[in-house]
Ligand binder design. Structure first.
Ligand SMILES: *Cc1c(COP(=O)(O)O)cnc(C)c1O
Length: 364
């Protein structure tokens, strides 16, 4: 069967050359005579893969020397707990609520201390829609002695993103970048901690990337379980126990693919062009629209609607028949969502827009 254009929000597409490389190494990696998933995580051959993967990520994201890169498990969801468990000292934090995952992160932090919701875009004036924009953030909105400020750099469900970072002064900025890590250039120095589950833009599920500034490591609360303690993972190079070895290997192949094409600035430009293909069409269309504030539009998740729910259903079904799959919007949002992460080729966007034009003419 031919491969489809898979617009899934995650797990999502993996670059085809990466799948081919993994396939070619399925029975024997190099001259080891075994697959990577059969190797001890303590073996020399696996540590070479691991170290190369970590070094490539540092290179791609230009990670300064005073930050650690960790490969953890438990998804972004485990970070919702790890962040407060490890960063709370004054037992208070600021959260900017721009979507469902931000809400979940804030709810988890509340179990351990005070949480101030400094801004939320859940209610949209004059509309039933939710989270269609990123709130304006001023330095004076943040709590002076908060232990950190938490944001979600890209809102996977609603299709918004921060196009500029808030100025939080001396308070560390913590970011959930699960759905736009490696899609655009981030200045790591602006963050205390960035985390991301892998299954959107990095590789298979099962590994979570954490980039954390050294001074934020080692202040965990006494109740922090060992498996949720950044210090224990930092001291043991992410391996106090068995990491997600195969997912890390595939992530490494994705990093090589990205590095060989020229790195994050190059993919950012491609992502901007890809997203523009769809947004430009949506702005012109008389059938399809998006309700996301123009300035805050995501490059990774494009949400849109046709004229009613029945037409949305029809569109999603016919698109799937044409090899454009997983375009249905998130259950509580409705409509459509095209997730167009790094691995989605430009041709996928061209094919989608052509299909939408044809559908529009046929359904006038
Ligand atoms: C997918 C996603 C999550 C949840 O990730 P898990 O790995 O399933 O825990 C959290 N935050 C954002 C922004 C996401 O896109």
């Amino acid at each position: 069967m031919e491969r489809v254009f898979n617009f899934s929000a995650g797990p999502a597409m993996i670059p085809e050359p990466v799948l081919q490389k993994a396939q070619s190494e399925m029975l024997a990696f190099g001259n080891t005579g075994m697959n990577v998933m059969e190797m001890s995580h303590r073996s020399k051959m696996y540590l070479e893969i691991f170290d190369e993967t970590a070094a490539l990520l540092r290179k791609l994201m230009n990670v300064p020397n005073n930050y650690k890169v960790l490969f953890l498990q438990g998804g972004a969801t485990a970070q919702f707990s790890m962040v407060p468990l490890n960063l709370y000292k004054n037992m208070k934090s600021d959260y900017v609520v721009t979507g469902e995952f931000a809400k979940k992160a804030a709810a988890e932090a509340k179990r351990y201390g005070e949480v101030n919701i400094v801004a939320s875009s859940e209610k949209v004036e004059g509309s039933d829609a939710k989270f269609t924009y990123i709130p304006q953030l001023m330095p004076e909105m943040f709590t002076k002695d908060a232990d950190y400020v938490h944001i979600t750099t890209n809102n996977t469900i609603y299709g918004t993103r921060f196009t500029e970072l808030p100025n939080t002064g001396n308070v560390p900025l913590v970011a959930d970048a699960s759905s736009n890590i490696l899609s655009e250039v981030f200045d790591i120095n602006k963050f205390g901690l960035i985390y991301a589950g892998a299954q959107k833009n990095v590789g298979p599920s099962g590994v979570t990337i954490v980039i954390i500034r050294d001074d934020l490591i080692g202040n965990q609360l006494d109740i922090t379980p060992a498996c949720l303690n950044y210090k224990i993972f930092a001291d043991a190079d992410s391996m106090p126990n068995t990491p997600s070895t195969y997912s890390i290997y595939v992530a490494g192949l994705v990093f090589k693919w990205l590095d060989e094409m020229g790195g994050v600035p190059v993919i950012q430009k491609i992502n901007e062009e890809k997203a523009a293909l769809l947004y430009n069409y949506l702005d012109d269309s008389s059938l399809f629209t998006t309700n996301v504030n123009k300035k805050d539009r995501s490059l990774m998740n494009v949400t849109f609607f046709s004229k009613d729910a029945d037409m949305d259903d029809k569109f999603v079904k016919e698109a799937a028949k044409a090899g454009l799959v997983n375009l249905k919007g998130y259950r509580s949002v409705g409509g459509m969502r095209a997730s167009i992460y790094n691995a989605m080729p430009t041709n996928g966007l061209k094919t989608l827009v052509e299909f939408m034009k044809k559908f529009e003419i046929e359904n006038k």
